[in-house]
Design a protein around this ligand. Structure first.
Ligand code: NAP
Length: 324
């Protein structure tokens, strides 16, 4: 494995050997902080050494990320856009065969970029064309036509609008459906993963099928409406952290890295940005790994579609096929 000039290991994938820094910077922010604060946080993270950025059409962070990249180039923090790995995602309202390429073009315009490194289907569901509300209203929710949507994703790669394509929030069953029709298999599946939701089955499936799993909400998304403090307040993680002179956050990030999985972590706080980078020069021992392995499991993020029948979000089974 190679690494960036700041020592973040890089994962190589795809037929062209694309290099993805295994630690990426998240830009989904709650509560919202505004475009200028987002841009400034991204600039600060580039100064500290982050080179991989995760955004989505839905986050409202494509434009500030694009502006931060322009400024990083103009003040010489980076010499070329090629030093960065940029991921964005297709929203459910654009997850229709004829809307995928135009949606990517819009994202590129927001980002002021000529190409993406990775374009992901955000969720394995569609909603009424051109609707962008969140959560998705029950009456606007539609099953995704995988054949036409994945064919259009492949077209994005063929047109060199993105170097790689992948998915997010896909279960083993849904990955199997995509693999059955794909000419270009998904390079990445980005899902919730942390010590409290370890994704053992999905990890195994992705490894066996050459799909690089990337973890979002690696700290349990503490402080957001989709997350909780169950990772950062976990007694087992806190004990391990104390014994090693690290924080529970670092133990969680290091554990994910040791599972051979990529990590997307969000902090807009300079000290915590630095802390989250400090996970590559130490390791967890066998006993610590065993204790983490035995932690009780619970999913944090359940879904995106609103339904009055089941509560604020559509049931896990609709998205996750009832899988652990
Ligand atoms: P996360 O990275 O697990 O947690 C972020 C929260 O933890 C923020 O409130 C942050 O606050 C705090 N934090 C960060 N570092 C910390 C540290 N060292 N100690 C204590 N608290 C710390 O959650 P996430 O934002 O859900 O996930 C990361 C990224 O993954 C997102 O930003 C987004 O890019 C992506 N994502 C993707 C999906 C998807 O559906 N594909 C879903 C969710 C997220 P401060 O900023 O104040 O430090």
């Amino acid at each position: 494995m190679g690494s960036t000039s700041f020592g973040i290991p890089e994962h190589r994938f795809g037929s062209n050997g694309e290099k993805m820094p295994v630690l990426g910077f998240g830009t989904a922010v709650f509560p919202p902080v505004g475009a200028e604060a987002t841009k400034m946080a991204i600039l600060q993270s580039i100064k500290l050494g982050y080179r991989h950025f995760d955004t989505a059409a839905k986050y409202g962070s494509e434009q500030p990320l694009g502006e931060a990249i322009q400024e990083a180039l103009s003040i010489g923090l980076i010499q070329s856009r090629d030093e960065l790995f940029i991921t964005t995602k297709l929203w459910c309202g654009d997850a229709h065969g004829d809307l995928v390429v135009p949606a990517l073009m819009r994202s590129l315009q927001n980002l002021k970029l000529e190409y993406l490194d990775l374009f992901l289907i955000h969720w394995p569901v569609s909603c009424k064309p051109g609707t962008y509300e969140f959560p998705i209203k029950e009456e606007n929710f539609l099953p995704m036509d995988f054949s036409s949507v994945w064919a259009a994703m492949e077209e994005c790669q063929r047109l060199n609008l993105t170097k790689s394509i992948g998915v997010s929030n896909f279960s083993c069953k849904k990955l199997t459906d995509i693999l059955a029709i794909a000419n270009i298999p998904p390079a990445v599946n980005q899902v919730e993963m942390n010590p409290m939701w370890q994704q053992k089955k999905l990890r195994e499936f992705c490894r066996a099928n050459g799909i690089f799993l990337t973890a979002y909400s690696p700290l349990g998304a503490n402080g957001t409406f989709w997350g909780s403090d169950r990772v950062l307040e976990c007694e087992v993680l806190k004990e391990i952290a104390k014994a090693k002179g690290k924080t529970a956050a670092q133990v969680s990030l290091r554990w994910i890295y040791e599972q051979g999985v990529g990590v997307i972590v969000k902090s807009f706080n300079g000290e915590r940005m630095k802390q989250n980078l400090g996970i590559f020069d130490w390791s967890l021992d066998e006993d610590e790994l065993k204790k983490i392995d035995e932690l009780p499991q619970s999913r944090g993020v359940t879904g995106v579609a609103y339904t009055s029948k089941y509560g604020p979000f559509r049931t896990v089974e609709d998205i996750w096929d009832g899988e652990m």
